[in-house]
Every structure is written in C-alpha cells, then in structure tokens.
Design a protein around this ligand. Structure first.
Ligand code: BYC
Ligand code: FE
Ligand code: FE
Length: 480
C-alpha cells in the first residue's frame, strides 16, 4: 500500500507503507547498516560530525516537500518517497501502449527492468565517492553545504533504487542491493558500471561541471524512466527529479560564479586578452580557455552516458514500455514509432552528417539531442557574463563527435568544431582542447579551504542569494 502520507518518525521515513510490510522492512533494515558503513567510509571525508544546514524531503506535495535544518550527515533521514499515484495511468509507449500501468514487475521484462534499476542505482553512490575529498578544499561554507546537500540526496537516490530492488525483485534484488555497496568508483577490480562514474572529480570546477552536465544526464534518464509503464519506477523517479533540479542549479551557478570572478579580475587588472594565461592566472583566477577545456571534457564524458546512437537495447526498453522518451506524454505521434525515422549524426565518406535511421533504434541519440538542447541555456547565460564584462570570448559546447569513447565516434578523432582529423593532428592539438596536467596542477593550487563565515575563495564570486534567502554571513556548516 502506498499513500501520500509520509511516516517521518519511522527509522526509514517513507510513504510506501513500510510499517505494514514486515518482509520489506526487514530487508531494508538489514541493508541499512551496510549503507551507513559505506557512507562513513566512502562518503564525504572528514565532515561527518559537522552540523550542516540541509534540506530533507518530508512530503511529496508540490509545496513544502522539504524542511531545512542543521543535521549531521550520518543522521540524515534518507527516506523512501514515491510521487503521488496518477489515477488510471496507462503505459505510455511501445507495444502495450494504453494498457493499465503495471503495479508489479511484468515477468517477461524482469531482467531488463532490473538491469535499468541497477545501472541507475550504481551512478548515485558513485558520484558521492567521486566527490568525497572536496569538502576539505571548499571555497566557502555555502559551497560546502551545497556539496553535502547533493551528496546526501544522491544517497537517497540509491535508497530509492534499493527500495525497488528489494520490494519487487526478491532474492536477486537483495543481492544487487548488496553489490551496489561493493562496487567503487575508479576501482580496478570492481568499478562502477558506467564510464563517467569512474573518472575523478579532483577539484571544484570539475564538481560544478559534473553537476551541470552529468547530473543533467541524471535528469534526462530519470525523465525517461519516469515514463515507465512500471508504475513504482515512474513514481520513484518523478520524486527524484524534484531533488535533481538543485544539483543542476549548483553546477550552473557554480560555473557562472567562476566565470564572473575571472572577468572581474581581468577588468580590474585591465587585461583584455583572455589568452594572456600567465597574467590571468597570476591574479589567482581560472582563465576562460581553461574553463572551455573543462567544458569540453565534462560534456564529452557525459555524452558517452547515453550509450550508442543506435541501440537495440534502447529499442527493446521502449517497445516493452519500461523506458520512454523525454516528455513522452507530450509528443504527438502513435508512441510506437515502428515506421518513423530519426536523423542520427554519422561518419559518411569521411564527413559527419545526419542520416535517417529507424526511430526505434535511435532513442539514445534522440535523448542525447534533448540533453544537448537542455545544456545550452546555461552556457548562453555564462556567455552573457563574459560579454557583459566587455571580454571577447565565448564558451561553446563541442561537437557531439569530439572526444568520444562510446558509439559511432569512438574510433575517430574529431575537433571541437567537428572536423575529422588524422590521429597525429589530434595529438598535436589535444592540449588546447582538453585539460592538461598543467591546468590540473594550477587549479589544484587554487583549492585552498575558505571556512570563515561569509568569505569566499578568490577564484569564485559569492552567490547572488543565499540558500532559503539566508544572509551572506549565514553559518551553513558548523564545523566540530
Ligand atoms: N559506460 O546499447 P548500448 C545519474 C554499455 S546519471 C559503460 O549502446 P544502452 C547521476 C551498455 O550497458 C543517469 N558501458 O546502450 C548523475 C551495454 O552493455 P551490455 C544514470 C556503457 O543499453 C550524476 C553496451 O554498452 N541512469 O543518475 O542502450 C550524479 C551497449 O550499450 C556505456 C541511466 O543511465 C557507458 N557510458 O544504454 C548521480 C539510466 N554506455 O548490455 C547520478 C539507465 C553503454 O551489452 N540506463 N554501455 O552489457 C540506461 O538507460 C542504459 O543502460 C544506458 C545505456 C543509457 C546507460
Ligand atoms: Fe541522483
Ligand atoms: Fe543529482
């Protein structure tokens, strides 16, 4: 039984009727200590005893779903929350379109569904692991709080997937839930499942780029899963999306504040040329071409997360009705797309150009295109900051074929503007397109903690407004 009422006093706050489901409660309570062990050993390093001004989800209503208060992270109330049921909901796509949504796992799609849930679940703790050392070099208490907010919510997203596994997949679901705590980002023996989640997030600019681009892949994939005909998955992911918006806000405003500080420092020093790298770096700010290289890296790594452009897996997910398209319900077609085509960028006779392919096979490419569209708004606003400061420079998203490891372009070398290159031409120019070891050590040199209330490191501008409209000098984290 699921209700809109959230039992917040239970050990595991929930609106899934856990109090009345002894078997599930036992399974989750058995998993809980392992989760806390994982959080303590792989979660934010060094700040587990700090009091952090955190948002906790306490309801699934549109207004007032969260409360804000000081919490020690290990005491965070990781809850299991489903968005309200939509009465009479039907399967939105594929061969069962229009049939009532499933409340139980359809047997024929069991392994497919489990795999999607496990992959989704695997990314959540991976990101916490990737970000675990950033707290100690936070540029402010405001930023530290945002980092930890993102981290605890990614922890909750893991809970969300573990709930589905344990409630609906019996013994193998419990085994998968266990494995989610065993794999580790960057591990040689037991890495996380998807490429980008084994990369490092070594500095705060990477963190902002990750939350802008990679959390946005999270948004797109969650939107596609929110269309699932398996209703519990749909309701779980719909509620996760409410939290996701803040993660992307952290990334968008984070990069913007870095850009802003760089432009201010250039103006103060009367430096007009954004390529005067040494002079700009001497000001203690990150030069714009380095920000472009970071953009190139994180954007291309994130594009790999959409899988191959043409995918029979994706076609099967859609046909089965377990993963839809972005905004499936708003699309005006038959939601089966058996005879439609979709243009996919391909290498044809040495040039990159769109080719029409069966739409059903092109769903990964399509979701990736939707993602790229969703990325552009923030980039445009970053550029407004630069042009507003009178500096001639534009941050651009690189071509889809640039620096790819998955799919159509994984074997070819392509420049950020989309020219196909010989390997040696790529090798000579690589360092102007992707972060270099020097970029990395320069940025690392800037990563000094700034823990005084109301203060910010010199390479980043303060936010325009506080969390919950708190004043500039609000104590977002009380260090022990
Ligand atoms: N790395 O048919 P293909 C988030 C594998 S992020 C490694 O092209 P498919 C978050 C693929 O598994 C959102 N392997 O791809 C963000 C397949 O293996 P099998 C996470 C990869 O299956 C920030 C083979 O290659 N959620 O939430 O159509 C912080 C052929 O694959 C990769 C999801 O991804 C890769 N990049 O699509 C925190 C949603 N790409 O089956 C959290 C669930 C592909 O041959 N997942 N492979 O062994 C999916 O929908 C799909 O699994 C994918 C791949 C879109 C990822
Ligand atoms: Fe997440
Ligand atoms: Fe996220």
């Amino acid at each position: 039984m699921t209700t809109e009422f959230v039992d917040y006093d239970a050990l595991i706050p929930n609106n899934v009727g856990l109090a009345d489901d002894a078997k599930l409660r036992r399974a989750l309570e058995e998993w809980h200590p392992g989760y806390i062990d994982w959080w303590m050993s792989m979660g934010p390093d060094g700040f587990q005893m700090a009091d952090v001004f955190l948002r906790t989800a306490i309801s699934v209503e549109k207004d007032g779903w969260a409360k804000f208060d000081y919490v020690k992270m290990p005491d965070y109330r990781w809850g299991i929350l489903l968005a309200p049921a939509v009465e009479g909901r039907t399967i939105p796509c594929g061969e069962h379109v229009g049939e009532p949504a499933w409340q139980q796992v359809p047997g024929e799609y069991r392994s497919m569904l489990r795999r999607l849930i496990v992959i989704q679940g695997d990314t959540e703790p991976a990101s916490v692991e990737q970000q675990r050392y950033l707290g100690s070099v936070s540029p402010s208490l405001y930023d530290m709080r945002n980092l930890f907010q993102v981290n605890v919510e990614e922890g909750r997203h893991l809970w969300a997937m573990v709930y589905l596994l344990q409630k609906y997949f019996g013994r193998d679901g419990r085994e998968e839930a266990h494995q989610l705590l065993q794999r580790q980002s960057g591990s040689d023996e037991r890495p996380r499942m998807l490429g980008a989640f084994n990369e490092e997030t070594p500095d705060w600019l990477s963190f902002f780029m990750f939350t802008y681009f990679t959390d946005r892949d999270g948004k797109m994939q969650l939107e596609a899963l929110a269309q699932s005909g398996f209703d519990p998955l749909s309701r779980t992911t719909r509620f996760m999306l409410a939290e996701e918006a803040h993660h992307m806000f952290v990334g968008y405003t984070g990069v913007q504040r870095v850009v802003q500080r760089t432009c201010e420092a250039m103006n103060e020093a009367r430096i007009e040329d954004p390529y005067e790298t040494d002079a700009i770096r001497a000001l203690g700010v990150i030069d714009l071409p380095t920000i472009q290289r970071k953009t190139n890296l994180h954007f291309s790594l994130t594009l790999d997360l959409f899988g191959s452009e043409e995918s029979t897996n994706a076609a099967n997910f859609f046909n089965a009705g377990i993963k839809g398209r972005y905004h499936e319900a708003r699309l005006e077609d038959d939601h089966r797309i058996l005879s439609d085509t979709y243009p996919v960028m391909k290498l044809v006779d040495g040039v990159l150009r769109p080719v029409e392919v069966p739409a059903l096979n092109a769903l990964n490419a399509r979701l990736r295109d939707d993602f790229i569209g969703d990325c552009t708004g923030g980039v445009t606003r970053w550029n407004k900051v630069i042009s507003g400061a009178g500096i001639e420079f534009e941050i651009r998203l690189p071509h889809v074929a640039f620096n790819r490891s998955i799919g159509e372009f994984s074997e070819i070398a392509v420049s950020p503007v989309g020219e196909v290159l010989a390997q040696d031409a790529w090798a000579t120019q690589r360092d102007s397109w992707l972060p270099t070891p020097e970029d990395r050590s320069f940025i690392e040199g800037l990563m000094k903690p700034e823990f005084r209330r109301g203060h910010f490191a010199g390479w980043i501008a303060p936010p325009t407004r506080g969390i919950q409209n708190k004043p500039d000098d609000f104590l977002y984290v009380k260090l022990p």
